[in-house]
Design a protein around this ligand. Structure first.
Ligand code: NAP
Ligand code: COA
Length: 257
């Protein structure tokens, strides 16, 4: 994949899957801008991307704060030019039954995942290359699989999928494609450390994945880079599972893990 001189903005791009995606684009020649809440994570991610030889910048911003997000997008466009690729992947999750959630706990996850995705996309539109830009939102199979202990994430990611599909329709005429990736369990991530927190849970969950293994961050990066490339020029409005077939079997492997 060749992303030389393309401008790639990754919301939530300072760790885990999203940083893996940023790394993939950086290795393919792109200029990166990453944001997340914590300045130390931003600094470390920028240093890592620069270490790959990429131009990279980053900003501390909470995706729940529209104006803060907008400023980071404006600063990116001022420094690098129009944004070619927008990845929106900031999220929060934890295991809790519905009756263990306060209204604020439910709202917190919905605000980060769903409102945050809307904020990033809404604020980015003015700075996207039109025609030609592509957006990839990071969803999860929980968006269509009801999953006990994750009602907050299920609801939030279902909303992310509808934001994806709706904006694929609204922005398609301007030449902006909008898709999402729904990763399955990915090794070495905060998400799986929270959802499958011990070796027994990992072994149990792994048995429910047809390919019998967790995915790698690089495999999500490859899918994102394909979706944003001309090879996927007619792909618009899809939520692409990249999960080794895990979601075909339903969510019980996850909730029993
Ligand atoms: P992660 O490392 O915790 O990534 C989350 C990122 O979002 C971090 O950079 C975090 O940095 C940032 N973030 C969190 N809240 C934010 C906020 N309010 N504003 C701005 N940035 C915020 O977790 P991950 O497991 O790799 O998950 C990454 C994405 O993949 C998420 O969208 C998740 O739902 C999705 N996903 C993960 C898996 C998996 O196997 N791990 C499976 C399916 C889907 P700060 O703490 O600095 O804010
Ligand atoms: N079970 C039940 N409720 C929980 C909880 C848990 N494990 N963790 C947090 N909450 C509740 C809090 O008690 C609070 O509700 P309250 O005000 O009624 O007490 C509410 O959620 C907000 O918590 P707070 O810590 O103030 O939120 P935050 O905005 O600082 O952090 C989280 C957001 C809670 C999602 C935090 O886990 C986070 O920052 N996650 C990012 C990393 C991550 O989740 N990575 C995996 C991505 S899939």
């Amino acid at each position: 994949m060749d992303y030389r001189d393309k401008v790639v903005f990754v919301a939530g791009g300072t760790s885990g899957i999203n940083l893996g995606i940023a790394r993939g684009f950086a290795a393919a020649g792109a200029r990166l801008s990453v944001i997340s809440r914590k300045q130390d994570k931003v600094d470390a991610a920028v240093a890592e991307l620069q270490g790959l030889g990429a131009q990279a910048m980053g900003f501390a911003a909470d995706v729940r704060d529209y104006e803060a997000v907008e400023k980071t997008l404006a600063a990116t466009a001022e420094a690098y030019g129009e944004i070619d690729v927008l990845i929106s992947g900031a999220a929060g999750n934890f295991l809790a039954p519905a009756l263990g959630l306060s209204a604020n706990a439910f709202k917190t996850v919905v605000d980060i995942d769903l409102l945050g995705t809307f904020n990033v996309m809404r604020a980015a539109y003015a700075f996207l290359r039109k025609p030609g830009a592509t957006v990839v939102n990071i969803s999860a199979p929980q968006s269509w699989l009801p999953t006990p202990m994750q009602i907050h994430a299920c609801a939030a990611k279902a909303g992310v999928d509808m934001v994806t599909r709706t904006l694929a329709m609204e922005w398609g005429p301007a030449g902006v494609r909008v898709n999402a990736i729904a990763p399955g369990p990915i090794e070495g991530t905060e998400g799986m450390d929270r959802l499958s927190p011990n070796p027994e849970a990992v072994a149990k969950l792994t048995k429910t994945i047809p390919l019998q293994r967790y995915g790698q961050k690089e495999e999500i990066a490859e899918a994102a880079m394909w979706l944003c490339s001309d090879k996927a020029a007619y792909v618009n409005g899809v939520v692409l599972p990249v999960d080794g077939g895990w979601s075909l079997g339903g969510s019980l492997g996850m909730s029993q893990a």
